[in-house]
Design a protein around this ligand. Structure first.
Ligand code: BV8
Length: 245
């Protein structure tokens, strides 16, 4: 049975992406041999305890990544743009849920977009919860523009042990979608890694587009393996033909 024969153009689609979709734009992934977790320990830079214990180390870790994201040479790649086009031409709803904290999906044209692990371009105050856009480099001597507290500003990013954002909206979309696409993620981190099971249990068709098989590969009806700029553009092209039928 061909996956696309089971999907009609008015069916809702949910897409999950991870760091792999931004790799060809020049951003590092987490668990590849040259990845971020090969150079930093999660417990040193990506937990609330790390921020309480050594805020400078945590702020510096994200200041470096924010500078990479804001580099003029960093641009969305063909995979980001293909997903932006899919949202445009597909008659049914397309919801893009990303684990990534970079801004490449929005710059690639995606608008119906949830950053479940937060966004590097945003800052949050640990005291008053105000969210501020575009503050740039964070330091511990900065005062919150909202409540004037000093030393409480952190990246608006979900650390390990913290609840991802907009989970109710994501769960509802997973229970209604007819096609679930997972792109550029290793399937290591929950709850994102469990989304395929949620979608599949509600009858959705599921496809993984990744450089190599993820930990969740067996849960997918179909898998296409290779660089995202090839697999995503190829599958979105198939969906475009399906929508035109
Ligand atoms: C939660 C921060 C509950 C932002 C991230 C013990 C203690 C505490 C928690 C847990 C625990 N055991 C399990 C948990 C749950 C934990 C978890 O899953 N841990 C794992 C490590 C076991 N999860 C959590 O803590 C989550 N919260 O559970 O809260 C709760 C309940 C009630 C109340 C309060 C709380 C929060 C998880 C979010 C953590 N934050 N990042 C940042 O710094 O970026 S996670 C981090 O991993 C990033 O967000 C990243 O996106 C995410 C997943 O990684 P991937 O995107 O998949 O990247 P990876 O490198 O792994 O894989 C890349 C893939 O791309 C590879 O497969 C590769 O082959 C492929 N690829 C490479 N190149 C290409 C390519 N594909 C295509 N084309 C290419 N060119």
């Amino acid at each position: 049975m061909n996956l696309l024969d089971q999907v009609s153009p008015f069916d809702p689609i949910v897409i999950l992406t991870g760091a792999g979709i931004s790799k060809e734009s020049g951003l590092a992934t987490f668990r590849d041999p040259d990845g971020i977790w090969a150079k930093h320990k999660i417990e040193d830079v990506a937990t609330p305890q790390a921020f309480a214990h050594n805020p400078n180390a945590v702020l510096d870790f994200y200041n470096v990544r924010r500078a990479q994201m804001n580099d003029a040479d960093l641009r969305p790649n063909d995979a980001h743009r293909a997903l932006g086009a899919l949202e445009e031409f597909w008659p049914g709803e397309v919801l893009l849920v990303t684990q990534n904290i970079d801004n490449l999906h929005a710059r690639g044209g995606s608008q119906n977009l949830i950053h479940m692990h937060g966004e590097l371009a945003k800052t949050r105050c640990n005291d008053c919860d105000e969210i501020i856009e575009g503050l740039g480099n964070l330091t511990t001597d900065m005062a919150c523009p909202g409540c004037s507290a000093v030393g409480t500003l952190r990246p608006h990013v979900v650390w390990f042990g913290e609840m991802p954002l907009q989970m109710d909206r994501i769960t509802s979309a997973l229970s209604n979608c007819r096609l679930f696409m997972s792109i550029g993620t290793s399937g290591n981190v929950y709850p994102a890694a469990g989304f395929v099971q949620e979608a599949r249990s509600r009858g959705a068709m599921t496809i993984e587009l990744n450089l190599e098989k993820s930990l969740s590969a067996s849960a997918f009806y179909e898998g296409r393996y290779g660089p995202a700029t090839e697999t995503v553009t190829g599958f979105v092209g198939d969906l475009k033909s399906r929508a035109a039928e």
